[in-house]
Write a protein that binds this ligand. Structure first.
Ligand code: NIG
Ligand code: FE
Length: 427
């Protein structure tokens, strides 16, 4: 499951499920300095690089590791290998518990009504501001471990639960520390000061703060590469979003957006006009806007965990996107309201509920996600290909389709994170 069809750009339409081009058997992979340096038929690679290695044909599904001279040989048995998963949309760092909101929703309150009553993002902001750096770092570490256990080798993570210059800088700084630690998945950091309007502030004043204080301080701190805005009726309007992202972009930040999560507010049209990297949720976007985004190479970042956790029966139009050859990804949207850190769980919704092809779903969560998420090495990732970061998952079984058919536990036996094998289960 190398997903290498000879091209490196976004993969769309039927190409995403072309098994002949994207899957091979019997290949061996040489890793040097955390990068895939050679992929060849097993016998040829052994002959060329490790002639002293006496290969036994492995019939079992056990993973076997041996040191031969200076080379660590990992035999994966009959298990399938897929690229490391890339979670292109998470709200990783926050403190506090909003489990009670499930009951409010069942009493008929909407996300927006809960938010107006002091729940939602406001509640998490208060809890996060009260939390210590140590606690937030520990929470981040635990969440990254869980993501890695579920095959995520790189992710995008947003600030946005501080909403003051100081607390936003604190969140990006903790994320930077977490990303430097190579035992964690790599993090591409996004500043999302425009996630909500902090209580006690006028919106117009807060927007001035975002533009004149947060953007300059965030860019001089240098940890965030991207900017995201919650462009949604009731939060930031099209005009406000445009002003914020123009300033962020002029300061060197790449732009991603939350658009049309609860209604078609024109967010996708703005995303197309501005040619942003990715327009996420895009649940209620209109067909013309989707087509315009595609023409502008804007990815539709689908987050089916959001309607799933909110009990809504509204799903992203992934089939239509495939028919129209438009680029798309899937991600978890991990946040206090959607506590899913597993891409395979999200993929199971796509495949088992929405009927999307499992190979196409894998392309969305690996090579397409790798286009909008920069790896900490700045090397390409998301495909098992020479020159790419050596991030891979060893499945618990022979049939590759098993990667996306499991809720509640991980389908992986081991994850290779930048060349180092992390064993999840010994059986
Ligand atoms: O992507 N919609 C905005 N942000 C998150 C939810 C944040 C929250 O509820 O805390 C999202 O769904
Ligand atoms: Fe989100």
């Amino acid at each position: 499951m190398h997903l290498d069809n000879g091209k490196e750009d976004l993969i769309c339409g039927e190409d995403m499920s072309n098994e002949e081009h994207l899957i091979s058997k019997g290949l061996a992979i040489l890793i040097e300095d955390n990068i895939i340096s050679k992929i060849k038929p097993e016998e040829e690679l052994i002959e060329e690089f490790l002639p002293s290695f006496n290969r036994k044909i492995e019939k079992s599904t056990k993973i076997c590791m041996n040191k031969i001279n200076d080379t660590l040989v990992t035999q994966v048995g009959r298990n399938s290998i897929i690229p490391g998963l890339i979670d292109s949309h998470t709200h990783l760092l926050w403190d506090g518990d909003r489990s009670n909101e499930v009951s409010l929703r069942m009493k008929g309150m909407s996300y927006s009504e809960i938010s107006k009553a002091g729940g939602g993002i406001t509640y998490t902001v208060n809890e996060t501001r009260k939390s210590t750096d140590e606690t937030l770092a520990k929470l981040g570490k635990e969440r990254l471990k869980e993501a890695l256990r579920n095959g995520t080798t790189a992710l995008e993570a947003k600030s946005g639960y501080g909403l003051t210059t100081e607390s936003e800088l604190k969140l990006t700084s903790i994320m930077n520390d977490l990303s430097i630690d190579e035992t964690n998945p790599s993090i591409d950091i996004t500043w999302m000061g425009a996630h909500d309007i902090p209580k006690g502030k006028e919106k117009a004043d807060y927007i001035e703060e975002l533009i004149n204080k947060q953007i300059p301080e965030i860019t001089s701190q240098g940890y965030a590469r991207n900017c995201d805005v919650f462009c949604e009726p009731g939060w930031f309007t099209i005009e406000e979003t445009e002003r914020i992202i123009e300033n962020a972009s002029n300061s060197g930040l790449s732009i991603r957006l939350h658009v049309d999560e609860f209604k078609d507010g024109g967010g996708a049209d703005l995303a197309a006009k501005k040619g942003v990297d990715t327009a996420d949720h895009a649940l209620y976007s209109n067909d013309d806007a989707r087509e315009n985004m595609s023409k502008a190479n804007v990815i539709q970042g689908f987050l089916p965990g959001a309607p799933y956790t909110m009990g809504l029966d509204k799903w992203p139009p992934i089939k239509q996107c495939i028919e129209n050859n438009q680029p798309w990804t899937i991600a978890t949207d991990f946040n206090p309201n959607c506590r899913i850190l597993s891409i395979p769980s999200i993929a199971s919704i796509c495949v088992q509920k929405l009927g999307i092809n499992p190979l196409a779903t894998l392309c969305a969560a690996t090579r397409n996600a790798g286009i909008s998420v920069l790896h900490r090495t700045e090397k390409p990732h998301g495909i098992i290909k020479e020159g790419y970061v050596a991030n891979m998952n060893i499945l618990n079984g022979e049939k590759w389709e098993g990667w996306c058919l499991q809720q509640g536990s991980s389908p992986f036996k081991a994850t290779i994170l930048e060349g180092s094998t992390v064993i999840h289960t010994i059986t």
